[in-house]
Design a protein around this ligand. Sequence first.
Ligand code: DGL
Length: 276
Amino acid sequence: MQTPQPIGIFDSGYGGLTVMKEIVKALPQYDYVYLGDNARAPYGTRSFETVYRYTLECVKWFFDQGCPLVILACNTASAKALRTIQQNDLSGLAPDRRVLGVIRPTTEVIGNYSASGKVGILATAGTVASGSYPIEIDKFFPGVEVYQEACPMWVPLIENDEHGKPGADYFVRQHLDRLLANDKGIDAILLGCTHYPLMQDKIKAFLPGNITVLSQGEIVATSLVDYLHRHPEMEARITRGGQRRFCTTDDAVDFERHASLFYGRALQAEHIDLGS
Ligand code: DGL
């Protein structure tokens, strides 16, 4: 049997599973390995240096698993670590492998969802502070106004399974009100953290009906289909065994208990040590 060369999908915790679910739906034929760095999550409140160091360790782990391609299905890691890894680390580490993020594919299309030219970004404090969304959106949709709101309570609420309960309403309303207070014309809001799709229904319920709420799973999946089409040399390296491996740096049983909420089905997980 051929040694698997899977697509690696990474998040600080469970959020990347919302992206993986859509990627697997679009491209079921490939092998996949997921890693949640649950032992060190959340990343959203950590410094650039720390997010970069943690993410790089995880990318190296994916390379050790034979992944030719790794998707950082985490906005915080995409905002704070991706560019340095691509520009500084890859050439010495594995010049023939690729690491991609979730911000670029999202910013390539986001302007298409707004008639007013005013979009809102809900994300972690780290993603907001990086300025990645306004900078990248300006490249593809110059003139579109971007308003950001950091929602530091949302990931802990979701990871602790409190997001569906009435206590979460206060924090959801608070951040939506603050975002909309910037400009009443905002008509497209991006869930710029891969955890937030779990609260999509609640978020929609608190917003006027004319506002489109976007989550990234399908956008990233569509972009990956296109990427593999444009890079047949990469596509040919990914093995097609239909294997799905789910790994966590924390407790595997705990991971399994929470992960199904994000992935939409039960799964089996393994604990891994990053060796640092
Ligand atoms: N899911 C990650 C993101 O998309 C962040 C969660 C965290 O703070 O660790 O930004």
